[in-house]
Design a protein around this ligand. Sequence first.
Ligand code: ATP
Ligand code: MG
Length: 403
Amino acid sequence: MIYDQILVRYGEISTKGRNRKAFTKKLRENILMVLKDLSAISISATRDRLHIYLNGEDGEKALSKLAGVFGIQSYSPVIKTEKEIEKIKEAALHLVQKMNTDGKTFKVSARRADKTFELDTNEINYAVGSHVLKNTGGLTVDVRNPDIKLNVEVRKEGTYLSSEIFQGAGGMPAGASGRAMLMLSGGLDSPVAGYLIMKRGVEIEAVHFHSPPFTSERAKQKVIDLAKELSVFSGRIKLHIVPFTEVQQTVHNQVPENYTMTSTRRMMLRITEKLREKQNGLGIVTGESLGQVASQTLESMLAINEVTSTPVLRPLISMDKLEIIEIAKQIGTHDISILPYEDCCTIFTPPAPKTKPKREKIQFYESFVDFEPLIDKAAADTEVLIIEGGALQMEADDLDELL
Ligand code: ATP
Ligand code: MG
């Protein structure tokens, strides 16, 4: 179907009063980023909606890409016409004729934001409805539960006709709530944590700890692929790959085996903290879920978390593994996460890590080495990749389910 624009309705952001302007600006930027392949499009924003003018670009492609953009409540492909009833009738017929109407029920639903328009809502419904019925075979009217609902909206600047409404991804535009560093392993949890926090409007930069030669190029590629899936929701993502081998080996040489996991996590957090400062982030996000593994007891978190006063956001903290897996499947990260390539933690994990590490002990063990220069070096040698071009790997039907 040839559309000339897509009408985007805001979600929560329209309720945010003073911040609305900033939110709308972010949403606009994010949409432009996601649709940047469609170079002719342009966007204009009004108080409560945003118009994406297609200017000849592929409407279907734009529709599928918009499905992942946070801050959109719903969106509809739209035909715009003048505020003349004859033009409106013509456009309505044009829209309906493009659909399969055989045996379908139908209803016109008019709204008149411009009260100066010559016809009232009922008269528009009647005029447009009878015109469409007269000229289309197989249609009957059902005002309660129609298969095809044709929305006609008369506004000051023109008349908008649409018949499909797609559910948006909801939430808030990525970046509207600031930026945070996502500690992204190759596992199932951290990509889901990233997705959920992005949905609350946080722009994510991913940080991955890589320990060559103990971890392979394939393990690194896996994280790149995960970041690519996450970029669907923001257009692009910065991925910081931290060379972690030296720090990790030093921990293993210095710290008793059952405390290495605790110490390794503290080092990761200290490095992430450096990167956060450099990137002007406001928080750190992890995929931790309470009680899931040894490092995810409250005692462990207390011992690990003390190295930073930055807010550590843990969106999965109370979730069950099955719930997490379900979301991972929906956002397209599941099948990548379950690939077997080991990450640095898997390889160095001791057979019996402390589930209730003591802060005083870990401080004591670490006190024999000055880790600060190693941490600085790891942060300084971090490789930065810009990941983009993710596409929702879903069929339209699955997409409907997710939304
Ligand atoms: P995930 O499924 O995200 O790997 P997990 O259940 O395996 O999590 P842990 O191995 O205890 O749990 O890791 C806890 C969190 O620490 C991860 O969710 C992630 O945020 C962070 N993390 C672990 N390993 C790495 C790594 N190599 N690089 C970056 N972050 C990591
Ligand atoms: Mg893991």
